[in-house]
Design a protein. Sequence first.
Length: 343
Amino acid sequence: MNPQPIAHIVAGRRKRRRRWVLVTGLLAVLAVLLCCAMLLLGSTLYPVRDVLRALAGEPLKGVSFAVNTIRLPRMLAGLFAGFAFGIAGYTFQTMLRNPLANPNVIGITSGSSAAAVFCLVVLHTSRAVVSLASVIAGLATVLLIYLLSRGKAFSVGRLILVGIGIQAMLDAVISYLLLVSAQQDIPAALRWLSGSLNGSQMRELPPLAITVLVLAPVVIALGKRLDLLELGEQAASTLGVNTDKTRLALIVSSVGMIAMATAATGPIAFVSFLAGPIAKRLVGVGFSNVIPAGLVGVNLVLAADLIGQFAFAVRYPVGVVTGLLGAPYLIYLLIRMNQKGEW
Protein backbone atom coordinates (compact mmCIF):
# COMPACT_ATOMS: atom_id res chain seq x y z
CA MET A 1 0.00 0.00 0.00
CA ASN A 2 1.31 3.39 -0.95
CA PRO A 3 1.78 5.42 2.27
CA GLN A 4 1.69 8.72 0.37
CA PRO A 5 -2.14 9.21 0.38
CA ILE A 6 -2.36 8.23 4.04
CA ALA A 7 0.29 10.80 4.92
CA HIS A 8 -1.66 13.48 3.07
CA ILE A 9 -4.84 12.51 4.95
CA VAL A 10 -3.07 12.61 8.32
CA ALA A 11 -1.43 15.95 7.50
CA GLY A 12 -4.76 17.42 6.38
CA ARG A 13 -6.47 16.28 9.58
CA ARG A 14 -3.72 17.81 11.71
CA LYS A 15 -4.05 21.07 9.80
CA ARG A 16 -7.80 21.14 10.34
CA ARG A 17 -7.33 20.37 14.03
CA ARG A 18 -4.85 23.23 14.43
CA ARG A 19 -7.29 25.57 12.71
CA TRP A 20 -10.13 24.40 14.99
CA VAL A 21 -8.04 24.93 18.13
CA LEU A 22 -6.76 28.33 16.97
CA VAL A 23 -10.15 29.73 15.93
CA THR A 24 -11.95 28.34 18.98
CA GLY A 25 -9.26 29.78 21.24
CA LEU A 26 -9.53 33.20 19.59
CA LEU A 27 -13.32 33.14 19.91
CA ALA A 28 -12.96 32.28 23.60
CA VAL A 29 -10.47 35.12 24.14
CA LEU A 30 -12.79 37.56 22.36
CA ALA A 31 -15.67 36.40 24.55
CA VAL A 32 -13.59 37.03 27.68
CA LEU A 33 -12.64 40.52 26.47
CA LEU A 34 -16.28 41.35 25.74
CA CYS A 35 -17.28 40.09 29.20
CA CYS A 36 -14.67 42.41 30.72
CA ALA A 37 -15.97 45.30 28.61
CA MET A 38 -19.51 44.61 29.84
CA LEU A 39 -18.28 44.97 33.42
CA LEU A 40 -16.09 48.03 32.85
CA LEU A 41 -18.24 50.15 30.54
CA GLY A 42 -21.36 52.05 31.50
CA SER A 43 -22.52 55.53 32.31
CA THR A 44 -19.46 55.65 34.57
CA LEU A 45 -16.12 54.08 33.64
CA TYR A 46 -14.66 52.46 36.75
CA PRO A 47 -11.01 51.41 37.15
CA VAL A 48 -10.25 47.72 36.73
CA ARG A 49 -9.04 47.54 40.33
CA ASP A 50 -12.33 48.87 41.69
CA VAL A 51 -14.35 46.46 39.53
CA LEU A 52 -12.31 43.51 40.80
CA ARG A 53 -12.75 44.65 44.40
CA ALA A 54 -16.49 44.95 43.90
CA LEU A 55 -16.68 41.49 42.37
CA ALA A 56 -14.75 40.13 45.35
CA GLY A 57 -17.48 41.44 47.64
CA GLU A 58 -15.79 44.56 48.97
CA PRO A 59 -18.39 47.32 49.48
CA LEU A 60 -17.53 50.35 47.37
CA LYS A 61 -19.91 53.26 47.11
CA GLY A 62 -21.51 53.33 43.67
CA VAL A 63 -19.19 50.70 42.21
CA SER A 64 -20.65 47.69 44.04
CA PHE A 65 -24.21 48.48 42.98
CA ALA A 66 -23.32 49.25 39.35
CA VAL A 67 -21.12 46.20 38.89
CA ASN A 68 -22.85 43.52 40.96
CA THR A 69 -26.48 44.55 40.49
CA ILE A 70 -26.54 45.88 36.92
CA ARG A 71 -23.50 44.94 34.85
CA LEU A 72 -22.69 41.44 36.14
CA PRO A 73 -26.24 40.03 35.67
CA ARG A 74 -26.41 41.66 32.25
CA MET A 75 -23.10 40.12 31.23
CA LEU A 76 -24.00 36.64 32.55
CA ALA A 77 -27.39 36.73 30.84
CA GLY A 78 -25.73 37.57 27.52
CA LEU A 79 -23.05 34.93 28.08
CA PHE A 80 -25.38 32.00 28.80
CA ALA A 81 -28.15 33.07 26.42
CA GLY A 82 -25.70 33.66 23.56
CA PHE A 83 -24.11 30.25 24.10
CA ALA A 84 -27.54 28.59 24.18
CA PHE A 85 -28.78 30.40 21.06
CA GLY A 86 -25.58 29.60 19.16
CA ILE A 87 -25.50 25.89 19.99
CA ALA A 88 -29.24 25.38 19.46
CA GLY A 89 -29.26 27.16 16.12
CA TYR A 90 -26.26 25.22 14.83
CA THR A 91 -27.78 21.93 16.02
CA PHE A 92 -31.06 22.46 14.17
CA GLN A 93 -29.36 23.70 10.99
CA THR A 94 -26.95 20.74 10.91
CA MET A 95 -29.40 18.05 11.99
CA LEU A 96 -32.08 19.15 9.51
CA ARG A 97 -29.53 19.98 6.77
CA ASN A 98 -31.05 23.36 6.05
CA PRO A 99 -29.76 26.84 7.02
CA LEU A 100 -33.37 28.01 7.53
CA ALA A 101 -34.06 25.31 10.11
CA ASN A 102 -33.30 27.37 13.19
CA PRO A 103 -35.52 28.07 16.21
CA ASN A 104 -36.35 31.61 15.04
CA VAL A 105 -37.69 30.54 11.67
CA ILE A 106 -39.55 27.33 12.56
CA GLY A 107 -41.61 28.87 15.32
CA ILE A 108 -40.05 27.71 18.60
CA THR A 109 -39.23 31.21 19.87
CA SER A 110 -42.62 32.47 18.65
CA GLY A 111 -44.32 30.00 20.96
CA SER A 112 -42.34 31.28 23.92
CA SER A 113 -42.99 34.88 22.87
CA ALA A 114 -46.75 34.42 22.56
CA ALA A 115 -46.95 32.92 26.05
CA ALA A 116 -44.78 35.69 27.52
CA VAL A 117 -46.86 38.46 25.91
CA PHE A 118 -50.07 36.83 27.15
CA CYS A 119 -48.71 36.75 30.70
CA LEU A 120 -47.48 40.35 30.49
CA VAL A 121 -50.49 42.10 28.93
CA VAL A 122 -53.40 39.91 30.01
CA LEU A 123 -52.50 38.15 33.25
CA HIS A 124 -50.01 40.79 34.50
CA THR A 125 -47.91 38.11 36.17
CA SER A 126 -44.46 38.35 37.68
CA ARG A 127 -41.31 37.89 35.63
CA ALA A 128 -40.79 34.42 37.10
CA VAL A 129 -44.20 33.29 35.83
CA VAL A 130 -43.47 34.84 32.44
CA SER A 131 -40.25 32.83 32.22
CA LEU A 132 -41.96 29.59 33.24
CA ALA A 133 -44.81 30.10 30.78
CA SER A 134 -42.43 30.87 27.91
CA VAL A 135 -40.41 27.70 28.58
CA ILE A 136 -43.53 25.51 28.67
CA ALA A 137 -44.94 27.16 25.53
CA GLY A 138 -41.66 26.68 23.66
CA LEU A 139 -41.64 22.97 24.45
CA ALA A 140 -45.32 22.65 23.55
CA THR A 141 -44.70 24.39 20.22
CA VAL A 142 -41.98 21.90 19.33
CA LEU A 143 -44.30 19.01 20.15
CA LEU A 144 -47.07 20.52 18.03
CA ILE A 145 -44.72 21.07 15.07
CA TYR A 146 -43.48 17.49 15.33
CA LEU A 147 -46.99 16.02 15.47
CA LEU A 148 -48.23 18.08 12.53
CA SER A 149 -45.17 17.31 10.39
CA ARG A 150 -45.10 13.59 11.18
CA GLY A 151 -45.65 11.30 8.21
CA LYS A 152 -44.56 7.87 7.07
CA ALA A 153 -40.94 9.05 7.22
CA PHE A 154 -39.14 12.03 8.71
CA SER A 155 -39.15 14.99 6.31
CA VAL A 156 -37.04 18.09 6.80
CA GLY A 157 -39.02 20.12 4.28
CA ARG A 158 -42.34 19.24 5.90
CA LEU A 159 -41.07 20.18 9.35
CA ILE A 160 -39.78 23.55 8.15
CA LEU A 161 -43.00 24.38 6.31
CA VAL A 162 -45.14 23.43 9.31
CA GLY A 163 -42.84 25.43 11.57
CA ILE A 164 -43.10 28.52 9.37
CA GLY A 165 -46.89 28.18 9.38
CA ILE A 166 -46.99 27.86 13.18
CA GLN A 167 -44.71 30.87 13.49
CA ALA A 168 -47.02 32.97 11.30
CA MET A 169 -50.02 31.95 13.38
CA LEU A 170 -48.28 32.73 16.68
CA ASP A 171 -47.01 36.06 15.38
CA ALA A 172 -50.63 36.93 14.51
CA VAL A 173 -51.63 36.03 18.07
CA ILE A 174 -48.92 38.30 19.43
CA SER A 175 -50.06 41.17 17.21
CA TYR A 176 -53.67 40.71 18.35
CA LEU A 177 -52.66 40.69 22.02
CA LEU A 178 -50.72 43.93 21.55
CA LEU A 179 -53.67 45.55 19.76
CA VAL A 180 -56.21 44.76 22.48
CA SER A 181 -53.93 45.29 25.50
CA ALA A 182 -53.89 48.37 27.69
CA GLN A 183 -51.55 51.10 26.52
CA GLN A 184 -49.45 50.99 29.68
CA ASP A 185 -48.71 47.27 29.20
CA ILE A 186 -47.38 47.57 25.65
CA PRO A 187 -43.85 48.94 26.40
CA ALA A 188 -42.97 45.99 28.66
CA ALA A 189 -44.18 43.51 26.05
CA LEU A 190 -42.31 45.25 23.24
CA ARG A 191 -39.10 45.35 25.28
CA TRP A 192 -39.36 41.62 25.87
CA LEU A 193 -40.19 40.87 22.23
CA SER A 194 -37.23 42.86 20.94
CA GLY A 195 -34.81 40.75 22.97
CA SER A 196 -33.02 42.66 25.68
CA LEU A 197 -30.53 42.21 28.50
CA ASN A 198 -31.99 45.19 30.36
CA GLY A 199 -33.33 44.37 33.80
CA SER A 200 -31.46 41.07 34.12
CA GLN A 201 -31.22 40.06 37.76
CA MET A 202 -28.97 37.55 39.48
CA ARG A 203 -31.83 35.67 41.12
CA GLU A 204 -33.36 34.93 37.71
CA LEU A 205 -30.18 33.55 36.12
CA PRO A 206 -29.67 30.18 37.91
CA PRO A 207 -32.31 28.31 35.81
CA LEU A 208 -30.68 29.52 32.59
CA ALA A 209 -27.16 28.79 33.81
CA ILE A 210 -28.05 25.30 35.08
CA THR A 211 -29.88 24.45 31.86
CA VAL A 212 -26.93 25.48 29.70
CA LEU A 213 -24.36 23.77 31.93
CA VAL A 214 -26.35 20.52 31.90
CA LEU A 215 -27.64 20.37 28.31
CA ALA A 216 -24.76 21.97 26.38
CA PRO A 217 -22.36 19.10 27.26
CA VAL A 218 -24.97 16.65 25.92
CA VAL A 219 -24.97 18.38 22.53
CA ILE A 220 -21.17 18.68 22.57
CA ALA A 221 -20.83 14.95 23.33
CA LEU A 222 -23.14 14.16 20.41
CA GLY A 223 -21.25 16.50 18.08
CA LYS A 224 -19.76 13.73 15.91
CA ARG A 225 -23.13 12.02 15.54
CA LEU A 226 -24.67 15.37 14.69
CA ASP A 227 -22.19 15.78 11.84
CA LEU A 228 -23.08 12.29 10.60
CA LEU A 229 -26.78 13.17 10.61
CA GLU A 230 -25.93 15.92 8.13
CA LEU A 231 -24.99 13.17 5.66
CA GLY A 232 -28.57 11.93 5.64
CA GLU A 233 -30.66 9.33 7.42
CA GLN A 234 -29.39 6.28 5.54
CA ALA A 235 -25.73 7.27 5.61
CA ALA A 236 -25.81 8.00 9.36
CA SER A 237 -27.54 4.66 10.08
CA THR A 238 -24.98 2.81 7.95
CA LEU A 239 -22.18 4.41 9.99
CA GLY A 240 -23.71 3.10 13.21
CA VAL A 241 -25.72 6.10 14.43
CA ASN A 242 -29.05 5.42 16.13
CA THR A 243 -30.73 8.29 14.32
CA ASP A 244 -33.98 8.33 16.28
CA LYS A 245 -32.36 8.40 19.72
CA THR A 246 -29.66 10.84 18.63
CA ARG A 247 -32.16 13.22 17.04
CA LEU A 248 -34.43 13.04 20.10
CA ALA A 249 -31.55 13.84 22.48
CA LEU A 250 -30.39 16.73 20.30
CA ILE A 251 -33.89 18.19 19.92
CA VAL A 252 -34.72 17.96 23.63
CA SER A 253 -31.38 19.49 24.65
CA SER A 254 -31.51 22.28 22.08
CA VAL A 255 -35.14 23.15 22.71
CA GLY A 256 -34.56 23.20 26.47
CA MET A 257 -31.69 25.68 26.05
CA ILE A 258 -33.46 27.86 23.49
CA ALA A 259 -36.65 28.01 25.56
CA MET A 260 -34.81 28.92 28.75
CA ALA A 261 -32.67 31.52 26.97
CA THR A 262 -35.75 33.07 25.38
CA ALA A 263 -37.45 33.14 28.77
CA ALA A 264 -34.49 35.00 30.28
CA THR A 265 -33.70 37.56 27.58
CA GLY A 266 -36.54 37.45 25.10
CA PRO A 267 -36.13 36.26 21.50
CA ILE A 268 -32.84 37.91 20.53
CA ALA A 269 -33.19 37.99 16.76
CA PHE A 270 -30.96 36.03 14.37
CA VAL A 271 -28.29 34.89 16.86
CA SER A 272 -29.23 31.23 16.41
CA PHE A 273 -29.49 31.90 12.68
CA LEU A 274 -26.03 33.49 12.26
CA ALA A 275 -23.88 31.59 14.77
CA GLY A 276 -23.66 28.29 12.89
CA PRO A 277 -22.76 29.64 9.43
CA ILE A 278 -20.20 32.05 10.89
CA ALA A 279 -18.59 29.28 12.96
CA LYS A 280 -18.46 26.94 9.97
CA ARG A 281 -16.91 29.64 7.80
CA LEU A 282 -14.25 30.42 10.42
CA VAL A 283 -13.41 26.90 11.55
CA GLY A 284 -14.04 24.90 8.38
CA VAL A 285 -15.05 21.26 8.25
CA GLY A 286 -13.59 18.11 9.73
CA PHE A 287 -14.40 18.68 13.40
CA SER A 288 -17.57 19.45 15.30
CA ASN A 289 -18.46 23.14 15.34
CA VAL A 290 -20.79 22.97 18.34
CA ILE A 291 -18.44 24.82 20.70
CA PRO A 292 -17.36 27.44 18.12
CA ALA A 293 -21.03 28.10 17.28
CA GLY A 294 -21.78 28.65 20.96
CA LEU A 295 -18.85 31.05 21.29
CA VAL A 296 -19.93 32.93 18.16
CA GLY A 297 -23.37 33.27 19.76
CA VAL A 298 -21.80 34.71 22.92
CA ASN A 299 -19.73 37.20 20.94
CA LEU A 300 -22.69 38.27 18.82
CA VAL A 301 -24.90 38.95 21.84
CA LEU A 302 -22.29 40.74 23.93
CA ALA A 303 -20.93 42.80 21.04
CA ALA A 304 -24.42 43.74 19.87
CA ASP A 305 -25.39 44.79 23.39
CA LEU A 306 -22.33 47.02 23.68
CA ILE A 307 -23.07 48.53 20.26
CA GLY A 308 -26.69 49.13 21.25
CA GLN A 309 -25.62 50.85 24.47
CA PHE A 310 -22.79 53.07 23.29
CA ALA A 311 -22.66 53.38 19.49
CA PHE A 312 -25.77 55.54 19.09
CA ALA A 313 -27.26 58.61 20.70
CA VAL A 314 -30.20 56.47 21.83
CA ARG A 315 -29.72 53.11 23.53
CA TYR A 316 -31.18 50.15 21.65
CA PRO A 317 -31.92 46.63 22.93
CA VAL A 318 -29.55 43.92 21.82
CA GLY A 319 -32.22 42.31 19.62
CA VAL A 320 -32.51 45.43 17.48
CA VAL A 321 -28.78 45.34 16.65
CA THR A 322 -28.71 41.60 15.93
CA GLY A 323 -31.80 42.08 13.75
CA LEU A 324 -29.97 44.69 11.70
CA LEU A 325 -27.10 42.24 11.25
CA GLY A 326 -29.22 39.20 10.50
CA ALA A 327 -31.85 40.55 8.13
CA PRO A 328 -29.44 41.20 5.19
CA TYR A 329 -27.94 37.73 5.62
CA LEU A 330 -31.42 36.15 5.54
CA ILE A 331 -32.22 37.96 2.28
CA TYR A 332 -28.88 36.86 0.80
CA LEU A 333 -29.49 33.27 1.87
CA LEU A 334 -32.98 33.18 0.37
CA ILE A 335 -31.66 34.55 -2.94
CA ARG A 336 -28.85 32.01 -3.02
CA MET A 337 -31.16 29.10 -2.21
CA ASN A 338 -33.56 30.23 -4.93
CA GLN A 339 -30.71 30.38 -7.46
CA LYS A 340 -29.61 26.87 -6.52
CA GLY A 341 -33.16 25.56 -6.72
CA GLU A 342 -33.18 24.37 -3.10
CA TRP A 343 -36.77 25.42 -2.52
